[in-house]
Design a binder for this molecule. Structure first.
Ligand code: SAM
Length: 288
């Protein structure tokens, strides 16, 4: 008889998985604890926090940790992951990544210069692999009036081809015109690695949206631009850009991307919604 009882390969496999999950959970808990213990002087000023849609420091910290935790778990991120944050604002999700990543990479990009400057002064110095880039906008209609005659051009040349394991854009495509969205999607098509994925939030214009407008009277000002499938309304921080599913999928295809997951958002009373905006998980299309 052997001294130790025989164990099946299956049990060994489960044990290995359990150990990996445990060490990931320990890492994530350490990041969450560090985020919740950030002091007022380590957080952006309240007017910056308000600018990106959090009303208080408490909400800022809660959103910071819940987005980070969800991304790390769902996309199996490690301290070596290479990550892009489109519309990084004042570092709400960049902050936890700066604590979590070791030899990985985090790129934050935004048209809001003051937000980028704050991140470069307060977050980047703590981790040499974290960088924030200011995107030059010919027309930054998140801050200024929308000028339809001015064309922006967004490229992310500082990220190598297939240089990303994960990218995300929280509440950014909802503020962009199709041309500006297409620029970023094209860059995702170039920079996502073979197994890389991106988590994108947007407003999909569908039957639920029209029922919501009819029932609540909200968003009556949002109008389709010609028959493009793009719906636009409001100005500045409230700039609303919504896409029919057909147009959104066409834009993804054009960028060499494909949808691998989609969830409805609660913003237009869509059923079963867990989060506010519609969300998409996309990868590079096969053979690209
Ligand atoms: C609602 S805030 C969300 C900020 C951040 N994603 C977060 O969750 O904390 C929208 C952000 O998108 C940025 N933004 C707007 N237009 C952009 C563009 N063309 N390129 C990059 N960022 C943009 C704004 O400056 C702002 O920081």
């Amino acid at each position: 008889m052997p001294d130790t009882p025989l164990r099946s390969g299956f049990v060994n496999q489960i044990e290995g998985m359990h150990k990996r999950t445990q060490s990931q959970q320990d890492r994530l808990k350490a990041v969450t604890d560090a985020c919740f213990s950030l002091t007022e002087s380590e957080l952006p000023p309240i007017e910056f926090i308000n600018m990106i849609g959090s009303d208080t420091q408490v909400h800022f910290k809660a959103a910071m940790t819940s987005f980070f935790h969800e991304f790390a778990v769902r996309f199996n991120l490690t301290p070596s992951s290479r990550v892009l944050d489109i519309g990084s604002g004042c570092g709400r999700v960049g902050l936890p990544f700066s604590i979590f990543l070791k030899d990985g990479k985090y790129y934050g990009v935004d048209v809001w210069k003051d937000g980028v400057d704050w991140c470069n002064t307060h977050i980047a110095p703590s981790n040499p692999n974290v960088e924030f880039h200011h995107m030059q906008a010919a027309n930054n209609y998140y801050a200024d009036d929308y000028n339809p005659s001015v064309e922006n051009e967004y490229t992310l040349g500082f990220i190598p081809k297939k240089g990303l394991d994960f990218a995300f854009a929280i509440s950014v495509f909802t503020h962009l015109t199709p041309k500006d969205s297409q620029d970023y999607l094209n860059e995702l098509g170039r920079t996502l690695d073979d197994e890389g994925a991106a988590f994108l939030t947007c407003f999909i214009i569908d039957d639920f949206f029209f029922r919501h407008v009819e029932r609540t009277g909200m968003h009556r000002a949002v109008k389709q631009q010609g028959d493009s499938g793009f719906y636009q309304g409001y100005a500045g921080q409230d700039f609303f850009g919504g896409y029919t599913r057909k147009l959104w999928e066409e834009m993804l295809t054009k960028a060499g991307l494909r949808t691998i997951g989609h969830e409805l958002g609660s913003w237009a009373s869509k059923p079963g919604a867990r989060v506010y905006q519609d969300t998409f998980v996309v990868m590079r299309a096969k053979g690209r």
